[in-house]
Design a protein around this ligand. Structure first.
Ligand code: NAD
Ligand code: ZN
Length: 345
């Protein structure tokens, strides 16, 4: 089968021919119907694969949708052959206190026991077939188109999760600032607009991405540069935004975020663009909370699927055959993807 594999850290991945995997006891084999390409994969290529000692070659892709083809020993009664599913990505031990509360994304044991998400430490979904370790990671897709639905597993789940702890601050008089209108950011705008009465101010460095922000409902779309500080301060009556979501996570957006969060506001740094926030008295607004959320819970994935089925979230996708996977990653790296790029293996 064809797979987009990272072979050497620091280099572009390669389209390779690899064997179709066989499900071990407990595992499920999926025929991949769609695989979303996330900017985190660029960080994986650049440094995570070597920093976290990923076994290479490794098939990329942690946003996965597929059809159940085969169940390994012991799980055939838990799955339905032929069912279309999404794959919940942040796998955990299933036994610790975090997992027990549904926060498998914050599992205490995952790191120590080498339990890794597909595409982030083990073979992922940028291939014709993939293995899933537990039946509980399969979330039914129902009548959704796999291409439009696959970004729900990360591009929607991650902002939805980040929004949960900040939702109470977003009332009718409040503002949410969204940095980075890419796969995650353009979905975040839709979630905030639907789930809260707050006004959304989107910031991006690219005019094309700001255009997408307006299309999906941002109240204001502003170039992300030093001039933005005064502009956003004017829009927010000189006070800054109750909640800032940073889906770029680069140093320039983080430096702006510190200036645009309101006193007692929330600053959610979701992007992993290598930037770091300085936190301390005087460095951030009084009593501001800084969050570094990671992905989301399985329950929240069911929630975003429900929202998508009701037409509340419309993820903009660019669809490509797997053969173009490497070039599509280059487009994503260069900021040329509008919305989410999805491979259809
Ligand atoms: P993307 O490439 O689709 O979007 C990134 C956007 O940020 C682009 O529109 C780009 O123009 C914009 N941008 C770049 N520099 C900017 C700046 N200085 N100010 C404002 N905008 C700027 O990426 P994505 O797939 O949506 O991922 C977004 C970020 O979130 C990435 O860093 C990714 O690694 C990270 N991520 C984190 C989690 C998590 O769990 N914390 C999960 C998924 C993705
Ligand atoms: Zn991701």
């Amino acid at each position: 089968m064809k797979a987009i594999q990272l072979v050497k850290p620091g280099e572009w991945p390669e389209l390779r021919e690899v064997p179709i995997p066989k499900p071990e006891p407990g595992q499920i084999l999926l025929k991949v119907t769609a695989a979303g390409l996330c900017h985190s994969d660029i960080a994986v290529m650049d440094h995570y694969a070597s920093a976290l000692n990923y076994p290479l070659p490794m098939t990329l892709g942690h946003e996965c949708a597929g059809t159940v083809m085969e169940a390994g020993e012991g799980v055939s009664h838990l799955v339905t052959i032929g069912e279309d599913v999404l794959v919940y990505g942040p796998w955990g031990c299933g036994r610790c206190r975090q997992c027990a509360e549904g926060y498998e994304n914050y599992c205490y044991n995952a790191r120590a026991r080498n339990i890794t998400p597909p595409g982030l430490g083990r073979d992922g979904g940028a291939a014709e077939y993939m293995l899933v370790d537990r039946a509980r990671y399969l979330v039914p897709i129902k009548d959704l188109d796999p291409v439009k639905a696959v970004p729900l597993t990360d591009a929607a789940l991650t902002p939805y999760h980040a929004l949960q702890h900040s939702r109470d601050k977003l009332d009718a008089n409040s503002y949410a600032v969204v940095f980075g209108v890419g796969g995650l950011g353009h979905t975040a705008i839709q979630l905030i607009k639907h789930l809260t009465p707050a006004q959304v101010i989107a910031l991006d460095v690219s005019e094309d991405h700001l255009e997408l922000a307006r299309k999906v409902g941002a109240d204001y779309a502003v170039k992300s540069n030093d001039d933005a500080v005064e502009l956003v301060r004017d829009l927010t009556h000189g006070l800054g935004a109750e909640v800032v979501f940073d889906f770029a996570g680069v140093q320039p957006s983080i430096d702006l975020g510190a200036k645009l969060t309101k006193v007692r506001g929330d600053w959610n740094i979701v992007g992993i663009g290598g930037g770091h926030a300085t936190v301390g008295f005087g460095a951030v607004p009084y009593e501001c909370s800084v969050f570094s959320p990671y992905w989301g819970t399985r329950g929240e994935l069911y929630d975003v699927v429900a929202l998508a089925r009701r037409g509340v979230i419309d993820i903009h996708t660019e669809e490509y055959p797997i053969d173009q996977g490497v070039d599509v990653y280059k487009r994503l790296h260069d900021g040329k993807v509008i919305g989410r790029a999805v491979l259809t293996p």
